[in-house]
Ligand binder design. Structure first.
Ligand code: NAP
Ligand code: GDD
Length: 328
């Protein structure tokens, strides 16, 4: 019999990459979508798997829909990727962020405990939980949390409720503490995609400037397609555990900008950048850099795409996309 997986957040960035990864391994994949008049399958289309996923309806803020789904599907694995995942918006929409990101995982865990206790559970935890904390310049599984946004705070709850259900009820529940990962289907609000989309628009004369916030922030950026493998590997181990996943190297937003302009063959990048205070955050996370030693050693996982390759891949994809728009 085929293994089954339920992925929440199937229409986002990671959902399609994970679905593709699991389908290749012969899983039957169910994707949770909210009720929409017109759901947006663009990211799944990009990876060519829209028709290979079976869609089920529900909402992370609606406990009964999640209880029913787990009771009916009893999947082998649940990957909880759904979230209000944009840090910037979490300052203005703190309650919604908390309901989706904190209560959502609680509802799922409770449903698993009640109706399908052998289901393995993956929680999409995040390096944002570390905030200002580090251990000798890096963050690892032992680094304390000091979240700097309602998003980070909501994810700390989700992290601990996952640990608690593992300890209290023996569920196979894992936290993947993933550092920033990007791709050509990254949401346009996130800085990497905002930059590559902006650079492509400048290249083809559809924009004259790129407005950004804090260029000094540093992130440990990897490729989403690599990171979904780590999620899968966590659920294939003998025992459930929590893992930091990143590259171990970080770069500033400014470095990303410079490189993106370079790959688009646009000189003098500084003349296109406008620093706009509306894109600065009330409290910032200045520096994230993973120590992924545990994931390397225990999962045997490694990132395959370098920072430079990632920027190039994203710039090339946006140049191609925007060229079509400019020509139409
Ligand atoms: P994303 O592109 O923002 O996708 C999030 C998905 O969650 C969207 O498809 C969205 O659905 C869904 N969602 C939001 N609210 C929902 C609700 N109430 N009910 C059901 N679905 C809901 O995020 P991502 O980059 O793929 O990240 C996946 C997960 O990893 C998130 O939990 C994020 O917080 C976490 N994470 C991401 C990174 C990263 O760098 N990408 C790093 C660490 C952790 P709609 O399409 O319907 O809006
Ligand atoms: N979005 C955005 N827009 N960020 C900007 C801008 C801008 O115009 N200018 C500078 N930045 C800075 C932000 O202040 C932040 O320091 C950095 O660029 C990265 O911002 P985002 O790309 O929005 O990502 P994030 O690091 O806040 O959050 C992402 O990564 C987390 C993992 O560390 C999201 O994917 C989260 O969901 C994820 O948990």
């Amino acid at each position: 019999m085929k293994k089954t997986a339920l992925i929440t957040g199937i229409l986002g960035q990671d959902g399609p990459y994970l679905a593709k990864f699991l389908i290749r391994r012969d899983y039957k994949v169910y994707g949770l979508i909210r009720r929409y008049s017109n759901p947006n399958f663009e990211n799944l289309d990009y990876l060519g798997i829209t028709s290979k996923v079976e869609y089920v309806e529900g909402d992370m803020t609606d406990e009964s829909s999640l209880l029913n789904l787990i009771r009916l599907l009893r999947p082998n694995e649940v990957y909880n990727l759904a979230a209000q995942s944009f840090v910037g918006s979490s300052f203005e929409q703190a309650k919604l962020t908390t309901e989706v990101n904190s209560l959502g995982p609680l509802y799922l865990l409770n449903a698993i405990k009640l109706f399908s206790p052998t289901t393995k559970f993956y929680q999409a935890s995040t390096s944002e939980m570390f905030g200002l904390q580090h251990t000798n310049g890096y963050q690892d599984e032992k680094t304390p949390f000091h979240p700097r946004s309602p998003y980070g705070v909501s994810k700390v709850y989700a992290y601990w409720i996952t640990v608690n259900f593992r300890e209290a009820y023996g569920l196979f529940a894992c936290n993947g503490i993933l550092f920033n990962h990007e791709s050509p289907i990254r949401g346009l609000q996130f800085v990497t995609r905002k930059i590559t989309d902006g650079v492509a628009k400048i290249k083809y004369g559809l924009a004259k400037e790129l407005r950004l916030g804090n260029l000094d922030a540093k992130r440990d950026w990897g490729f989403a397609g690599d990171y979904v493998e780590a999620m899968y590997l966590m659920l294939q181990q003998e025992n459930p555990d929590d893992y930091v996943v990143g590259t171990g190297e970080n770069h500033s937003v400014e470095e990303f900008v410079q490189l993106a302009f370079k790959y688009a063959d646009i000189k003098d990048w500084k003349k296109y950048i406008v620093i706009d205070p509306q894109f600065k955050r009330p409290s910032e996370v200045p520096n994230l850099k993973a120590n992924p030693k545990k994931a390397f050693e225990k999962l045997g996982w490694r990132p395959k795409i370098s920072f430079q390759e990632l920027v190039k891949m994203m710039v090339e994809a946006d140049l191609k996309r925007i060229k079509k728009t400019a020509e139409s």
